[in-house]
Design a protein. Structure first.
Length: 81
């Protein structure tokens, strides 16, 4: 599975559940480090090309204001008819 499809699925799942994706969404929790005896986190990072990161940011922005955008679109449709 590619990073892009994983991130897309996270964004889609977040939108369906109504919970925002935050930086904390990508930070492993203590329960994710059960294999480590000391409970320390294993460093992780997500390296994306700028255009991929921008695409994700734009989609998240669109999803967060979808209702507002739909209302604006309906108002424009009413004006045109």
């Amino acid at each position: 599975m590619t990073t892009t499809s994983t991130v897309s699925k996270l964004i889609t799942a977040s939108a369906m559940l109504g919970s925002p994706i935050t930086v904390e969404s990508f930070v492993p929790s203590r329960s994710m480090t059960l294999g480590s005896p000391s409970g320390t986190r294993i460093p992780t990072s997500l390296n994306l090309e700028d255009h991929i990161a921008n695409m994700i940011d734009n989609e998240l922005y669109r999803l967060n204001r979808k209702e507002e955008a739909d209302e604006e679109w309906l108002e424009k449709q009413r004006e045109w008819s």
